[in-house]
Design a protein. Structure first.
Lengths: 305, 279
């Protein structure tokens, strides 16, 4: 109960801050509209208002505050505008509609999941190689780290162009970008996890004359599970970002990234924000789903709840 | 050694692989081990010679750095000596390891938290390729030996520290190697639990006729348990004294108040003090 109050207080504070931020952000637009409608504003002309501070404008024109929250194309849409747009484009629209966020979300989600599967598989394979081979440790790990220092926004168009030139398009290029972002946390987490057993555990297996294979399946892999799940949660969020970024440079017509792009072309800030929220909600749902699977797996492994 | 009939049940094939030199299971001759560290060489073992006969309970006692654990690890082929010779069951330690000649108990129980007690005990059996039925049979036998019957389905965290250590002993006994190497197995437990486990260990030893190598810091523990006490001294690690116990094989806990016990403990203490004095 106490924690619920705390959670709601934080939520209320964020929303209050958001509403408050809308006022100075949108005041100039509101005042321009009011001036055109013949309402008296101070200062009277857009030219005079241009260099004035937003806070000062709000203080001088308090009548306009209410208007800042209901603009058609605000700089910063108010929370309820985003919520209404989200509701209309998810619940009220048919899923088959090109304006349905469910439709766009599904397009992005399929690329995300494919990329996540590729990235996770690749990450686990690399980690197994790195843990068992010193040569791989020294030759692969630095490249894995370097790969993450390149901004994905710079790399994504190249990946798409190169793949297109060899005839690959559609979901695959997006999934490749997703995989590129999600394999790294899995590699790092799995290497750490597979190396988690201490010297005593390894000595014990040695006294049984266990081979490398048995050591992997009976000790290293089970030990790595908590690390794997921590990595997967980071990885799936990175996958979603990758899929969205993959939709930006192609001018894709479907997907949350395409929704963001179309919104910014036409100055539809409400649409941008609702697509952003849809992406955030999707990511949260995916992470929560992984958390649930983690709980089930670790429970089965007898880890104390 | 007078074996009780019950021991026959759990050790069907052990007698077949008897060592060549009659009765001598572990033989060390002028064993040397020097570790190369960043601070220069460390002489962990120097000129260690010792014979352990079948059925012996041998304790290694001495201050930290005297090489008692290192010697045990040499027997287990977890360390490689740099000089001298060491044979286990007439083989090199590494051959003995590959033949699964010994069970090793570490200071920490080291049970896998994701396996139940039964599954933990099955670990070596799975690795060694025992059949499912045989695994089941052996788990029940060793659980009974360490008085943990009925706890097979529990996870390690549901057991006390003493019970966990008993489970780890059961795990070392499961594949029925005739040597049991124990590296301060009760070091982390309180005195009352330790007394109880010592008593149980003696019973278990009497029932199974294992050869046991036991590293300890505790003089009463060493004297109470052993047929042979090896007093070691540090820098370089070497054997200071080997005491053959005159105590009878049947040892109730209150034997520790007998004059004989006190005399042996006194000799061990003298040995430890002398070992300390000359460095």
């Amino acid at each position: 109960m106490k924690s619920l109050v705390a959670v709601l207080t934080v939520l209320a504070a964020i929303i209050a801050f958001w509403y408050a931020a809308c006022v100075p952000m949108n005041i100039k637009g509101v005042l321009d509209q009011a001036e055109r409608a013949g309402i008296e504003v101070t200062p009277a002309t857009a030219k005079e208002r241009r260099d004035r501070g937003e806070i000062g404008l709000v203080v001088n024109n308090t009548f306009a505050i209410g208007e800042t929250w209901v603009q058609e194309r605000p700089r910063l849409p108010a929370p309820h505008q985003v919520a209404v747009e989200l509701w209309e484009t998810t619940v009220e629209k048919k899923i088959t509609s090109k304006r349905s966020l469910i439709y766009h979300g599904e397009v992005t989600l399929s690329a995300t999941l494919l990329g996540f599967a590729i990235g996770t598989g690749l990450g686990i394979l690399l980690a197994v190689g790195i843990v068992h081979s010193r040569v791989m440790d020294m030759s692969v790990m630095p490249w894995a780290i370097v790969s993450q220092t390149i901004p994905i926004i710079a790399l994504a168009p190249m990946i798409i162009v190169v793949l297109y030139s060899i005839g690959v398009q559609g979901i695959i290029p997006k999934a490749v970008i997703s995989a590129y972002l999600s394999f790294f946390p899995v590699v790092v987490g799995m290497v750490k996890g597979l190396r988690a057993p201490d010297a005593m555990q390894l000595d014990l297996l040695k006294t049984y004359n266990a081979n490398t294979n048995q050591g992997f399946w009976k000790l290293r892999l089970p030990s790595s599970m908590p690390y794997l799940f921590a990595s997967l949660k980071i990885g799936i969020a990175a996958s979603l970002v990758g899929a969205i970024v993959g939709e930006l440079p192609t001018g894709a017509v479907a997907g949350l990234g395409a929704r963001l792009l179309a919104g910014s072309y036409y100055g539809q800030t409400v649409q941008i924000w609702s697509a952003l929220f849809a992406a955030a909600i999707l990511a949260a749902a995916l992470v929560a789903l992984l958390g649930l699977i983690e709980k089930l797996v670790l429970n089965r492994m007898g880890v104390r709840a | 050694m007078n074996m009780e009939p019950t021991t026959q049940a759990i050790r069907p094939e052990a007698a077949a692989s008897a060592p060549v030199p009659a009765n001598c299971v572990i033989e060390a001759r002028n064993l040397d081990l020097t570790f190369q560290t960043n601070d220069g060489p460390v002489h962990a073992l120097k000129d260690v010679s010792l014979e352990i006969s079948k059925g012996d309970f041998v304790s290694f006692i001495g201050p930290s750095g005297c090489g008692k654990t290192t010697f045990l690890r040499c027997i287990a082929a977890l360390e490689t000596p740099t000089g001298g010779s060491l044979s286990v069951n007439g083989m090199t330690p590494d051959e003995a390891r590959r033949n699964r000649a010994y069970g090793y108990v570490f200071q920490a129980a080291g049970l896998y938290p994701w396996r139940t007690i039964s599954k933990n005990i099955k670990l070596p059996l799975e690795i060694m390729g025992y059949s499912k039925a045989e695994q089941e049979k052996r788990v029940n036998q060793v659980l009974e030996l360490v008085e943990l019957s009925g706890f097979g389905g529990k996870f390690p965290w549901q057991l006390s520290g003493g019970m966990q250590q008993r489970a780890s002993i059961a795990r070392a006994l499961a594949f029925d190697a005739d040597i049991l190497l124990m590296d301060e197995p009760f070091g982390a437990l309180d005195e009352i639990v330790r007394d109880h486990l010592n008593e149980q260990l003696l019973k278990l030893w009497a029932r199974t006729n294992k050869t046991i190598g036991f590293v300890t810091h505790s003089i009463p523990e060493a004297v109470y348990l052993s047929t042979k006490i090896v007093v070691m001294s540090p820098r370089p690690g070497r054997i200071h004294d080997v005491i053959d116990s005159t105590l009878p094989k049947e040892r109730p806990l209150d034997i520790r108040d007998s004059p004989e016990f006190i005399e042996i403990a006194h000799r061990v203490r003298e040995g430890l003090r002398a070992g300390h004095g000359d460095d």
